[in-house]
Write a new protein. Structure first.
Length: 462
């Protein structure tokens, strides 16, 4: 099962945020049908329809797309699944769309295959379906149509693993829609559908096109430091010389330490959780944005990957510890097949920025290309030794901190005791991590991988 490509888009005019997953035809799986399809009158009545259900005997939700008269023409084509969060006047509406841009279907019908399924948060069944659907680590899509086995004959399916960042977006947008939905007192499903239909005429596809701001900043609007600029979080003046970031989406500048308090943009109405560092020197800033512009727009502008890589290397000479420059350089080297250079860049990136999401993705890709498993090249016994040492040391360190303070807890209420225990636990863990990293000469990234593998495989502590 391969990881699906995806993008994020939104429209204020249509009051919607969408996550669109592209499913490749090479990821075909065996067909599946379920009796729940026959029990749904709307699904059975329509020629083209979609529905999200948890198939009998399975814990994973799946999308079933009915394609009467078109199903065989869909095979061999990529499919797009859009999860759309509509914030409408009378409530939050979740729509699941399936689109296949098949040449055969367009020639026969005049338009591509498109089906949809609305889900309503106030409906108990829909609520459970939404929760399990958006918590799943994989996406399954099954195509059915009238055939030899009855009105719902299974023809074929597609399956993709959902990337971690995609799953995080799905959950984040669901939380935002639930909060919006809960604040509306006159919620009404039919009125929401009326508004949706009026804002999405039949001749227009409801699935939004990819928008550049999901991945990059609008380079023409790269912000300089305006006079008397104020950080939206702390309300203090933004001055040169301090570490600064700007929101990927609205470009508002924050102090780095203020962004790290919430890990998202604090401008009202902006839910972006991605930011980029603003290099302080003018040369570093120029290289930074120029390199990203080339790397992101090479296909559209004709710039080569080699040119982009050279710009990024010059940018790192000016700002050698910048996270995004290192990430972009690593990916550029990987795309060019310079695996040895990419490995060196990745090693530096994960040493300086062990929590880099892009670094972790690149590390996985490097391992796959080399035909290696997604674990460290350390013997199993050594990893188990490190895991046991870490776990047992955390327990001992906590007890050593907790016992001397135990007598002081007599006058504390329950919440204060819990807070104190949490604080002591965090302090003990931090001290143990430092010792383990030094003792075994590991990076933060290496240790996290070992701990994750230990939890996954339930390594014994004795």
């Amino acid at each position: 099962m391969t990881v699906g490509a995806w993008y994020f888009s939104k429209s204020q005019e249509k009051h919607v945020t969408q996550i669109i997953v592209r499913m490749h035809p090479d990821n075909e799986i065996s067909p599946l049908v379920d009796n729940q399809l026959l029990a749904d009158p709307a699904f059975m009545r329509a020629n083209w329809a979609a529905i999200v259900i948890v198939p009998s005997g399975s814990s994973n939700p799946a999308i079933f797309a009915k394609a009467t008269g078109a199903v065989e023409m869909l095979r061999g084509n990529s499919a797009e699944v859009a999860i759309a969060y509509y914030h409408l006047r009378h409530g939050g509406l979740l729509q699941v769309f399936v689109r296949v841009d098949s040449q055969g279907v367009k020639q026969k019908f005049g338009y591509p295959y498109l089906s949809e399924h609305p889900l309503w948060l106030d409906d108990e069944k829909d609520f459970k379906t939404i929760d399990s659907f958006l918590s799943s680590e994989k996406l399954q899509l099954f195509f059915v149509a009238p055939g030899e086995d009855g009105p719902c004959t299974g023809y074929f399916g597609l399956e993709n693993e959902l990337p971690i960042d995609c799953r995080e977006f799905l959950k984040r947008e669901l939380l935002a829609m639930r909060k919006y939905h809960g604040g509306i007192h006159n919620r009404n499903f039919d009125l929401c559908l009326q508004q949706y239909n009026s804002e999405n005429p039949l001749e227009q596809s409801p699935i939004l096109q990819e928008q550049i701001f999901r991945y990059t900043v609008d380079y023409e609007r790269q912000p300089d430091l305006p006079p008397n600029a104020i950080c939206p979080y702390c309300r203090e003046t933004i001055e040169k010389g301090r570490s600064l970031v700007c929101c990927n989406e609205c470009l508002t500048i924050h102090h780095s330490e203020c962004w790290s308090e919430t890990n998202r943009c604090t401008v009202f109405g902006c839910l972006c959780s991605k930011a980029r560092t603003i290099p302080q020197s003018s040369d570093a800033k120029r290289f930074y944005w120029s390199g990203m512009k080339l790397a992101d727009q090479e296909d559209r502008k004709g710039a080569s990957k080699e040119e982009a890589l050279q710009v990024l290397i010059r940018g790192l000479q000016q700002n050698p510890v910048d996270q995004e420059l290192l990430e972009l350089r690593g990916w550029s080297e990987f795309d060019l097949g310079l695996y040895q250079e990419a490995e060196a860049t990745l090693s530096r990136l994960l040493k300086l920025h062990p929590r880099s999401d892009e670094g972790r993705k690149l590390w996985k890709q490097m391992r796959r290309v080399q035909g290696k498993e997604l674990v460290l090249d350390i013997s199993e016994n050594k990893k188990m030794e490190i895991y046991r040492d870490y776990k047992e040391s955390c327990d001992r360190a906590f007890v050593q901190k907790y016992v001397p303070e135990k007598s002081e807890k007599a006058d504390l209420d329950f919440n204060e005791v819990v807070a104190q225990i949490n604080r002591l636990g965090s302090e003990a863990t931090a001290e143990v991590r430092k010792r383990i990293l030094k003792k075994y000469d590991l990076s933060e990234f290496d240790l996290n991988l070992i701990l994750q593998e230990g939890e996954r495989n339930a390594w014994p502590l004795e």
